[in-house]
Design a protein around this ligand. Structure first.
Ligand SMILES: [Zn+2]
Length: 196
């Protein structure tokens, strides 16, 4: 079924767009809006009556999309605000940088499941892109102890919550992983990585 995008008015197929309150948004407008409306990754849990607190029912991730709560009439205004926010962040972080990433987790990956003899020793830095898009090349830089530490990006990956898969780009506002081959003992959750 054909629908009109609430942002730009383009005719779109219902199955190729993002739903908002009372309308639809094309992929291009949704990409522009992610800086203000990043998706939230959360987990399905149930309360354990034995008193051990929340337990995972199964490893099932749920993506919450705040765009679903935005009303269709406010979308054009929100696209303007997203542009303003992007410009403000560019000024704040430095216009020459390609992207900015906030770290959520940093772990070492030793091997792929089922490939027990292949040692990887790569570091998987999970987090969110808060400005720009991150492709599988370039380098990450983080300032610490009056020094700037840099590492080369080996690859970028997207997550379903459980499975990480290689991708060409983690787009602005999205959650994913930057993989580097070398040790990264200076990257902590909460760090801001500049992508150059
Ligand atoms: Zn649109």
């Amino acid at each position: 079924m054909q629908e009109k995008c609430s942002g730009c008015g383009t005719e779109i197929e219902e199955n190729e767009c993002v739903a908002c309150e009372g309308g639809y948004i094309c992929q291009e407008c949704a990409k522009k809006l992610r800086i203000l409306f990043p998706k939230v990754l959360t987990w399905q849990k149930e309360i354990d009556r034995a008193g051990r607190g929340d337990v995972d029912v199964e490893e099932r991730a749920i993506w919450l999309d705040p765009l679903a709560e935005a009303s269709s009439d406010e979308i054009p205004e929100m696209i303007k605000r997203a542009d303003e926010e992007r410009n403000a962040r560019r000024q704040h972080y430095g216009a020459d940088n390609r992207a900015v990433f906030i770290v959520d987790d940093n772990h070492k990956r030793m091997k792929y499941p089922g490939e027990s003899d292949k040692v990887l020793g790569e570091y998987v830095i999970m987090g969110r892109v808060v400005l720009g898009d991150i492709s599988g090349n370039g380098e990450i830089a983080v300032s610490r102890r009056n020094k700037v530490y840099t590492k080369t990006i080996k690859r970028v990956e997207l997550t379903t919550g459980v499975i990480l898969t290689k991708t060409d780009s983690i787009d602005e506002g999205n959650y994913g992983a930057i993989v580097v081959q070398e040790d990264t003992p200076f990257i902590y959750p909460g760090d801001t990585l500049i992508i150059r």
